[in-house]
Design a protein around this ligand. Sequence first.
Ligand code: 13P
Length: 247
Amino acid sequence: MARKFFVGGNFKMNGTIASIKEIVQNLNNATLDPNVEVVIAPPALYLLLVRDSIKNGVEVAAQNVWNKPNGAYTGEISVSQLKDSNINWTILGHSERRTILAESDEVVSSKTKFATENGVSVIWCCGESLAEREAGNTISVVSGQLEALKSQVSDWSRIVIAYEPIWAIGTGKVATTEQAQEVHAAIREWLKKEVSQKVADETRILYGGSVTEKNSKDLSKQPDIDGFLVGGASLKPAFVDIINSKQ
Ligand code: 13P
């Protein structure tokens, strides 16, 4: 089964009502490749604004979700609240949450389990720091993150993996096509060995980290790069060119 190319836009903690309306307008007016799945993740406060104004065919994701049905969890939003709002995706395990907010592998995995088991698909992020790469530990770090995920998750059909080397995020320092392909191939190999051939064949593995309209074409040609998770450039009109970069 061919994997549908996937481009996510992670707005992070950026935007205003006015600027987000502009991004939506730009996407609504653009011709987007129908063979690409597009999912945009505005800050929680603007999820409904985007949901209500984005055109059919573009999906909306939260940037985080909690691992309990409801209750006394101040500041969190629930899976059922997302579904109530017709939001069917969330990002989880982004390195900014793993590092700045100290989210452990276990917490990320339990949130992924709760979301996927309750009908919300997950863009699950992994990736190494610069020190880990320089120590030659990239594959073992990513494998460890995948191990933690596997220990809690059994249904992989609602998971898209985003490989985001931390040193490439927001730095303008994109991984080379070879560096990215090498890790993507290793992730796919891990899925084949540790989960199944079917999951390895069907799971989309996105690259994230300083993706722009200038480097996306080359990256998209790599056999194991099935799309992108775009940060800064998803706030700009050229996001459309990244969506349409797959030849
Ligand atoms: P940048 O594209 O701004 O480097 O961010 C990548 C990212 O973290 C997407 O989740």
